[in-house]
Ligand binder design. Structure first.
Ligand SMILES: CC(C)(COP(=O)(O)OP(=O)(O)OC[C@H]1O[C@@H](n2cnc3c(N)ncnc32)[C@H](O)[C@@H]1OP(=O)(O)O)[C@@H](O)C(=O)NCCC(=O)NCCS
Length: 199
């Protein structure tokens, strides 16, 4: 799995290790708990009962869904969920965003004591660059947070993303209900891949 051992920004502590591994079936109760927390549920907008979580994520775990779902670990502790996909595999979303050769990412930190410490920004930076390694056909990584979700779009900016659009998206996903910002990280601007390559 990819690792990012660089020291974090001031306030985070100096030795935090951020890494990613594939989601396992054993993680699903933890995922349900994460997604039931109001802080996550407000923006993730997916059912958090175990049956729904299993139905949602088992296809990815079993390789039947092209969306790849990973657990971010902080010093070896499961801390949240990150997912990546090619827009081409999701034609409605691809149309709504309208950026060619794009890969998408979505993410949350599920552990309350780990938010607001710079970990999300570092994890997004690492994950986005790993996505460009994972998907050589992608020229850009895209994320589209709600404008009201300041922590998310600030984390993207700190991870090197650029805002390219503001407004409502043509999406029926409840997570896209309000005005959004579209952020991109272009391959040309991404810099080197994480130290150990794709996760
Ligand atoms: C989005 C998320 C991953 C960011 O991770 P994080 O570790 O909390 O973020 P960081 O500590 O790296 O902070 C990123 C920036 O957001 C700011 N921030 C953090 N929490 C904030 C909050 N509640 N309100 C406003 N700004 C906030 C930080 O101050 C920092 O900006 P700054 O450097 O200008 O001060 C995390 O907050 C989260 O999981 N949120 C819930 C789920 C979610 O929103 N997912 C994204 C859906 S698009």
């Amino acid at each position: 799995m990819g690792r990012d051992d660089r020291p974090g920004p001031a306030g985070e502590g100096s030795l935090t290790d951020v890494s990613f591994r594939p989601l396992h079936r054993d993680d699903l109760p933890r995922v349900a708990a994460w997604q039931s927390a109001p802080r996550v549920a407000r923006w993730w907008c997916e059912p958090s009962d175990l049956a729904s979580v299993e139905a949602r994520y088992r296809p990815s775990i079993e390789g039947r869904d092209p969306t790849e779902v990973l657990v971010v670990e902080v010093d070896g502790r499961p801390a949240g969920l990150f997912q990546r996909y090619l827009h081409a595999d999701h034609p409605d979303w691809d149309r709504a965003i309208g950026i060619p050769a794009a890969a998408g990412i979505d993410y949350y930190l599920g552990e309350d004591d780990l938010v607001g410490r710079g970990i999300g920004s570092r994890a997004v930076a690492s994950f986005a660059r790993a996505a460009l390694v994972r998907y050589p056909e992608a020229e850009v990584v895209v994320a589209a947070p709600q404008q009201a979700n300041v922590a998310s779009w600030r984390a993207l900016e700190k991870a090197g993303f650029t805002r390219v659009r503001a407004g409502r998206l043509d999406s029926d996903d409840p997570a896209d209900a309000g005005p959004a910002y579209v952020y991109v990280l272009r391959r040309a601007d991404a810099g080197p891949a994480p130290a150990s390559g794709a996760c």
